[in-house]
Design a protein around this ligand. Sequence first.
Ligand code: DX5
Ligand code: ZN
Length: 221
Amino acid sequence: MSIVISPSILNSDFSDLRGELAKIAGADYAHVDVMDNHFVPNLSLGLPVVESILRVSPVPVDAHLMIEDPDRWAPAYAEAGCASVTFHAEAATAPVKLARDLRAQGSRAGLALRPATPIEPYLDLLPEFDMILVMTVEPGFGGQSFIDGTLPKITRTREAISAAGLDVWLQVDGGVSRDTVERAADAGANVFVAGSAVYKADDAAAEVDALRSLATEAHRH
Ligand code: DX5
Ligand code: ZN
């Protein structure tokens, strides 16, 4: 299973996005958090800024849409060129149709679950998605503590993916750091979003490498 590192730019310096993105050229993706002040109590950025990011990012863009009505708004992010577009199960009306729309635009399709949202209703639909995002904090803000109570859901999701013989990625987002990345990897995650851990570090590139090494080592055991 490949290890994928996707640093979140949410807590980077938005006045210098080009410079902040350059720091994570050694990562696999740039995780871009879109928030609409309705689905979550925070407002970050939207499509025009994502289009600018797409023009200068050294790595593909992994868009995490924390917005209401993704059925209406998400396809434009795929059309703009995001390599992966993840929407929330709690907000989508027709998640399968939306995932198919995203894939038809050439993007990977991701389904995100808040900490209290179960994976079980979606297990039969796993083939429709390229990635499941198990939120390990309540979405909305960077810098929160990893919720260990999400680990059993990560394990159950990984077991279901393996049992079905699928190549669906399993992403964790929220509170991922050197202290927690191994727990998430042990539980079965293979895609790691880290915001403050990377951007608060003195050397963001070294932090990306450290997270990758720890996750790789955890998967070897
Ligand atoms: C939170 C966002 C995260 C956030 C993670 O709702 O989805 O991507 O940037 O930040 P950290 O890694 O600081 O918890
Ligand atoms: Zn995110």
